[in-house]
Write a protein that binds this ligand. Structure first.
Ligand code: SDX
Length: 429
């Protein structure tokens, strides 16, 4: 890492702050000495100009629409590998050999079952509970069952916890779905690949054989790869902050699931489909475009815009292609929602408001149409996002915990509240 430096002067104090360069991407100004030297904090709500950590896992170039995992373009990983290969890459930093991949697949498949008492845990929820509410609770509860992989200082336990999380998330997600629809839980089958296993746990019923559609399984596996990791997004930053306190990995992932649920983040895929359904037909698109531009209307074009991408989200392009593949495989010739989505994208990309703000479709824009066609209810869309993102959260958590310079995250603030004042007795208020 090359080091330059920059001087910062405030009043009569000048601070020399090192400028650090990474492998690729923007340099960073190390402001660690700023407060002690000047008594000032930096101020950056929303972290628009703040790098919170150093990482080797994922690189995004928002202007070029580039996404690399350990240096490999998302397009190549999505086209050539499978999700568990990307999991191995994110966790270990290199693509696995055939033997390493076989061992990793076998290890993950041997952790797919959850403690059978978890079935009673689900009974505590209302049947109509949102599956994301169930997932936050169920994943946090894993810490109550797996005490032997919560010592974060033991690398072996960290790796076991990582394998457990990757393996058990689909099982818990399928259980949340089955509980929601009132069908019996389906146990994992270890001779199925990751995506096929998940499809079967969701859609198989005891009264007949379930045959996995290989085209849908491949599409779902690719969708998992697209959602695996994405640098320091809100939910990953949540996991890192929770992890910085020494909390166990299950608690940290539960915190990540909670953050992902928000409509500005992973919850957008569900809200985006609801938006497309509300628009309903192509002729109503101008009305919603006008609402998206109206500052007095809180409505936003869900699935559009991104803090980092000021170009196409590369995942959105692959998701769009996958959407057409799935609809074709299912014989869905003209899905009105796809017509609305494609016309909405065409109009928005030619509208000055969106052009000026560099608003493009993001990963959530086409995912809802695809997942709905595969048979998932809208309330499961963000759950699938969480299943996929678990490996990214775990890889980032592991990287943070393994950093010898790691400290608890504790940001400061700009205080604009009341100065000190004395207590006022009730009779004098
Ligand atoms: C994900 O961070 C990640 O990497 C996240 C993610 C991941 O993989 O982890 O990629 C997953 O969360 C994708 C994003 C999903 N969210 C949505 O689709 C919700 C709709 N999009 C927005 O709410 C918004 O674009 C955000 C939240 C995604 C980004 O918001 P920013 O970067 O804080 O930008 P902003 O809100 O300041 O908007 C800048 C301008 C504003 O207009 P002005 O005040 O300058 O006039 O663009 C406008 C906004 O009003 N704008 C939109 C818009 N998004 C931004 N206007 C209409 N529709 C939109 N979708």
């Amino acid at each position: 890492m090359s080091a330059k430096s920059g001087n910062f002067t405030i009043g009569d104090v000048t601070v020399d702050m090192p400028v650090k360069s990474g492998t690729i991407g923007p340099d960073v100004i190390d402001i660690g000495k700023l407060y002690n030297a000047t008594g000032c904090f930096t101020f950056d709500p929303g972290f628009l100009s703040t790098a919170a950590c150093e990482s080797k896992i994922t690189y995004i170039d928002g202007d070029e629409g580039v996404l690399l995992h350990r240096g490999y373009p998302i397009e190549q990983l999505a086209d050539h590998g499978d999700f568990l290969e990307t999991c191995y890459l994110l966790l270990h930093g290199e693509l696995p050999t055939a033997a390493e991949k076989a061992k990793f697949d076998h290890t993950v498949s041997r952790h797919t079952m959850v403690h059978d008492q978890m079935t009673r845990f689900f009974q505590g929820f209302r049947r109509d509970a949102h599956p994301m509410a169930v997932m936050v609770g169920a994943v946090g509860a894993l810490a109550a069952f797996y005490h032997d992989s919560t010592d974060i200082n033991d690398p072996t336990q960290r790796m076991i916890a990582s394998h457990r999380m990757i393996a058990k998330m689909p099982t818990l997600a399928a259980m949340a779905y089955k509980y929601n629809v009132g069908q019996p839980f389906v146990y994992p089958k270890n001779d199925l690949d990751y995506a096929s296993n998940f499809l079967r746990m969701c859609f198989a019923v005891p009264c007949e054989e379930y045959k996995v559609n290989p085209v849908l399984a491949r599409a779902l596996d690719r969708i998992f790869t697209l959602h695996a990791d994405h640098e320091q997004n809100a939910s990953t930053s949540t996991v890192r902050l929770a992890g910085s306190t020494g909390a166990n990995p299950f608690a940290c992932i539960a915190a990540g699931i909670a953050a992902l649920w928000g409509p500005a983040h992973g919850g957008a895929n569900e809200i985006c489909l609801r938006m497309l359904m509300e628009i309903g037909t192509v002729d109503r698109i101008p009305e919603f475009i006008a609402r998206a531009k109206d500052k007095n209307d809180p409505f936003r074009l869900m699935g559009f815009g991104h803090r980092v991408y000021k170009n196409f989200d590369p995942r959105a392009k692959i998701m769009h292609k996958t959407c057409h593949e799935v609809l074709a495989e299912l014989g869905i010739k003209d899905d009105p929602l796809l017509d609305v989505a494609m016309e909405l994208e065409r109009i928005a990309l030619h509208d000055q408001y969106f052009i000026d703000r560099q608003l493009y479709p993001n990963v959530d824009f086409y995912s809802g149409i695809t997942l709905k066609a595969m048979g998932f209810p809208m309330t499961m869309f963000t759950v699938l996002f969480a299943v996929a993102r678990t490996v990214g959260w775990i890889a980032q958590w592991t990287e943070m915990i393994g950093d010898p310079g790691q400290k608890i995250g504790r940001p400061r603030q700009l205080y604009t509240g009341s100065p000190r004042r004395d207590y006022m007795p009730m009779g004098k208020r």
